[in-house]
Design a protein around this ligand. Structure first.
Ligand SMILES: NC(=O)c1ccc[n+]([C@@H]2O[C@H](COP(=O)([O-])OP(=O)(O)OC[C@H]3O[C@@H](n4cnc5c(N)ncnc54)[C@H](OP(=O)(O)O)[C@@H]3O)[C@@H](O)[C@H]2O)c1
Length: 440
């Protein structure tokens, strides 16, 4: 029985004639969902019809001002089976999270419906397996809005860069962190900028997913799958919080002709992918330094095509809705995205890079030579030492930069330096991005 209904839905899907109406269901009528409804209503794309909206406590949504753009013919429901058993062709998931979404979308795909989603966690953790189900069912799974919101980095890489051999990707894919760090450039401290970001709706009440790098990590894994054809375990990707960066670090970074950004980067070397999400010193000449506020930016480096930069609004209802509606249009027109074989790859957070080390000490003679000794012991060479005047000796921040060395090497030295009596807070260790930066 199950086989028969599967065959029926696949054949139903294949029978969609050009010019016939493609029916759409929205799951989730929040920031992005309501914007998608608005964009669909405003643009009146021929052949697309929004027929269903699913949300919990749907009566509240139906009477909200955001519902004014929704056609009267749309069926509002809080019963997911009304969608799964309907004749909709495309299920557009804009709720977020893994459970219960994964189960619902598997059922939708199994019922021969294509799926469009902006759900980065779902695609980072379950994307490969959902794509397999979609392929078996001859339907589409599109997730162009899952990374960088309105910036078409996913379709751009799939379609426009499929012909290159991409060796590395690096970028700013979390607007909250970019807002916080670019505001800190003008001297504000982390806590006050975070409070502003929360008030403006750029940061959650619990900001951990953003500031500790987990949101960006999911996006980096999606980008690695598309650009490097490498399937990574998101939990294996090293993350470093931005919450330990202080205003003084921007002052020292500027002296080094740099600023600080949360950088997500991945580089393939043989069967291993070097991947990391962390605040880094970024040269002022890098496009990433020019990205301010909630902007996103991804730099893709290809063997044949060189560097390609994608940038724009990484979040927000309408920019994200544009990416979602573009996916809906592509699916409705049966546009096949370029698919190349993807392989599971081991991940390491190891990079060979110069490092920025900031210490806050109760100043006593011999501290610098003790730090130099700890670095020399692991084979790390000091490149420069920066100490700005005007700080009290009993709480003195100063900076050491190193020549390129392995992340693990520098971490060993930092562990021993952190144990020194004069250290008033844990040392801050940031990698410095340089153009020729290579993984080991
Ligand atoms: N916002 C952005 O800028 C942006 C950018 C890129 C990608 N995304 C992704 O887009 C998706 C939606 O984000 P959003 O910002 O639109 O979120 P949102 O404003 O919180 O909207 C989510 C909607 O889903 C409903 N919902 C939540 N859990 C539900 C459940 N278990 N059953 C039924 N309905 C449920 C919510 O209803 P209630 O009102 O009752 O909570 C709300 O209407 C997420 O995957 C997000 O990561 C968002």
């Amino acid at each position: 029985m199950a086989t028969k209904s599967k065959k029926q839905s696949v054949s139903k899907n294949k029978q969609k004639q050009p010019g016939s109406t493609v029916k759409i269901a929205l799951l989730g009528f929040g920031t992005v969902g309501s914007s998608v409804a608005r964009v669909l209503a405003a643009s009146k794309f021929p052949g697309l019809q929004l027929t269903h909206i699913y949300n919990r406590s749907v009566a509240r949504k139906r009477t909200s001002p955001a519902a004014s753009s929704v056609p009267a013919s749309v069926v509002w429901t809080e019963n997911i089976d009304d969608i799964l058993k309907s004749d909709v062709d495309i299920v557009v998931e804009l709720i977020g999270g893994l459970t219960p979404i994964e189960g619902w979308l598997r059922k939708a795909l199994a019922a021969g419906k294509s799926v469009v989603t902006a759900n980065k966690q779902l695609i980072a953790y379950r994307g490969a397996s959902l794509a397999k189900v979609a392929a078996q069912q001859h339907v589409h799974l599109a997730y162009g809005a899952a990374v960088a919101g309105g910036v078409p980095v996913i379709p751009g890489m799939q379609q426009g860069l499929g012909g290159d051999q991409v060796s590395r990707i690096s970028g700013i894919v979390n607007g909250t962190c970019n807002y916080i760090l670019s505001r800190m450039e003008s001297g504000s401290e982390y806590a006050s900028v975070l409070a502003d970001a929360q008030q403006l709706g750029y940061a959650e009440a619990n900001p951990s997913a953003d500031v500790d790098g987990f949101d960006a990590r999911a996006k980096l894994c999606i980008l690695s799958r598309i650009a490097l054809h490498a399937e990574l375990d998101p939990d294996a990707v090293t993350t470093q919080t931005i919450s330990t960066v202080e205003a003084i670090d921007f002052t020292y970074a500027k002296e080094l002709n740099c600023t600080i950004r949360q950088v997500s980067r991945a580089q393939q070397e043989g069967n291993i992918v070097h991947a990391r999400v962390a605040p880094m010193l970024v040269p002022l000449t890098s496009p990433m330094a020019w990205s301010h506020g909630t902007q996103n930016m991804v730099v893709v480096s290809g063997k044949f095509g060189g560097d390609v930069v994608f940038s724009g609004h990484g979040a927000g209802g309408e920019p994200t809705a544009v990416a979602v509606v573009s996916d809906i249009l592509a699916v409705a027109q049966s546009c096949k995205s370029v698919q190349l074989p993807v392989r599971r790859r081991a991940v390491t957070g190891e990079f060979l890079a110069p490092h920025y080390l900031r210490f806050v000490v109760d100043d006593k003679p011999g501290i610098v030579s003790a730090i130099a000794g700890a670095l020399a012991k692991v084979g790390a060479n000091i490149d420069s030492l920066l100490q700005r005047p005007g700080h009290p000796k009993h709480r003195l921040p100063f900076v050491v930069t190193t020549e390129p060395c392995l992340t693990s090497t520098i971490e060993l030295a930092i562990e021993s330096i952190a144990r020194m009596d004069c250290m008033l807070e844990p040392p801050l260790c940031l990698q410095i991005l340089v153009a020729e930066d290579k993984p080991e």
